[in-house]
Design a protein around this ligand. Structure first.
Ligand code: SAH
Length: 458
């Protein structure tokens, strides 16, 4: 579209009807074919909008007044929803969120994958879609009134004080509130990002939802944590299920939360949790899925699509701490997991041992290099599971899959757009996508997880 055909000007007020929701949760309106994205607008709504940004291909608007309201609009229960940005869909009813996510997957499979015929099932959602997170990472700072901790205001580094996050497990909220109270009582200073001064940078709380075990991590700028003994004593007195109190030192000027040095101040190095029958050891810095109930739903679906009888060799690419590998190992002959982060592979091996699972092998490396190497060594998988990051699978990996010809590929995806792109490559290489099952792992956010069942054409 040429510049002259942009039909709106900056600061202009226009009346629009939203046709859709974008992948990041904004209302999408068309003005003579020109796309306007308006945060918090909902499909079907008619609204007055102020144009705040005009670009060649699209513009951004601000919602001024809703003229006709969507029946799916709800009052966001969180008091700071509009400042925080952690959730994007609280203004849409949960039922409508699930429908929207299903539509989004269906749309990209059609548009990007050229796969309009592939069935996309209704999204598997949560019965209670609140307080699902098992991990809280709360930035701590200093304001005029003293220590504050909560969340960064959207697109800024200003910390807004908050004690109650509605998608967070209430015990994590409680322990963080307690740490803030104790720190204030004894005058422990919050971190000042600009001056690079103060002590406490972040408080991280983790809970094993099945075991109830709690861990708290103090991320500090200095090795010295004043009043440490009192902090520990009061936590242990007031939180009966505390299992681990840890300090991590991060003395750098950085946005990265954790530093390199971690010491256990009290209790154990690990807390434990279960997904299904499998037990996981979780340290301060371990990756672990933040919504384990829905992770189980997702992995059960992946296991069902893998359709194992006990005789198969399976590859789990992008295996992380081996969650899917250990799930699969219960039903397969052998599982090979590959993952790029060495610490995740150490955790995967520990977890295999913890569960007495001996038919898995884990390798550190890039999936797109390790799997071609396995192929060259003569390893042939009957089933390959992939669970890549948002950017999807590397093309070299997809090419190796096409050469290796496993009977089935199970694709677990956190980004429908790259899933659709990769399914097209597999389809062109002799595979057929049977169905896709989305699972809601992160209610009230725009994230969509799906699992696709892909079979070799005969
Ligand atoms: N299946 C895992 C999580 C997958 S998330 C679980 O259930 O725990 C995606 C993973 O891919 C991350 O652990 C990330 O470190 C890893 N990763 C990213 N790029 C990679 C690559 N090129 N090769 C292998 N692993 C990679």
């Amino acid at each position: 579209m040429s510049k002259h055909s942009v039909p709106v000007a900056k600061n202009e007020y226009v009346e629009v009807t939203f046709e859709d929701l974008s992948h990041d949760g904004a209302g999408v309106a068309k003005i003579n074919g020109y796309t306007l994205f308006v945060p918090k607008g909902l499909p079907g709504e008619k609204a007055k909008v102020k144009v705040i940004k005009v670009k060649k291909g699209f513009g951004i608007g601000r919602l001024i007044d809703i003229i006709e309201q969507s029946p799916d609009r709800t009052e966001p229960p969180c008091s700071i929803y509009h400042q925080c940005g952690g959730c994007q869909l609280q203004h849409l009813s949960y039922e409508a969120q699930l429908k929207q996510k299903q539509k989004q997957v269906k749309d990209v499979l059609t548009r990007i994958g050229g796969l309009p015929h592939v069935p996309v099932h209704s999204v598997l959602g949560m019965e209670d879609a609140w307080r699902y997170r098992n991990k809280a990472q709360v930035p701590i700072g200093e304001m005029e009134g003293g220590l504050v901790g909560g969340f960064y205001q959207e697109r800024s580094h200003r910390i807004i004080d908050l004690d109650d996050c509605l998608i967070q497990h209430d015990e994590n909220d409680r322990i963080i509130q307690l740490v803030k109270d104790i720190a204030k009582k004894y005058g422990i200073r919050g971190y000042d990002e600009e001056k690079h001064s103060g002590t406490l940078r972040h408080v991280v709380a983790r809970i094993g939802k099945v075991t109830g075990e709690l861990m708290v991590v103090f991320v500090t700028r200095t090795a010295d944590l004043p009043h440490k003994e009192k902090l520990i004593k009061e936590i242990v007195q007031q939180i009966p299920n505390i299992k681990s109190i840890v300090q991590n030192i991060n003395s750098k000027k950085t946005n990265v939360i954790f530093g390199d040095k971690t010491t256990v101040l009290w209790g154990e190095e690990y807390i434990y949790d279960y997904i299904g029958e499998i037990k996981f050891a979780i340290s301060a810095r371990s990756f672990y899925q933040v919504n384990p109930e829905q992770t189980k739903v997702l992995y059960d679906q992946a296991l069902q699509y893998a359709n194992l009888t006990g005789n198969e060799t399976v590859i789990d690419a992008y295996c992380g701490i081996g969650t899917i590998s250990l799930f699969l190992a219960q039903k397969a002959k052998n599982v090979y997991g590959v993952e790029i982060v060495p610490e995740a592979i150490s955790d995967a091996k520990r977890n295999a041992k913890l569960n007495g699972i001996a038919n898995v092998e884990f390798a550190v490396g890039e999936a797109e290099k390790v799997i071609p190497w396995w192929y060259a060594q003569g390893i042939r998988a009957d089933v390959i599971v992939v669970d890549p990051p948002r950017k999807g699978c590397d093309e070299a990996l997809l090419e190796t899959i096409i050469k290796m010809k496993p009977k089935r590929v199970v694709y677990v995806s956190c980004n429908p757009a790259t899933l659709a792109r990769d399914l097209r490559i597999l389809e062109d290489g002799g595979y057929s996508t049977k169905e896709v099952q989305p699972v809601d792992m992160f209610p009230h956010t725009t994230h969509v997880e799906s699992v696709a069942c892909i079979e070799l054409k005969i």
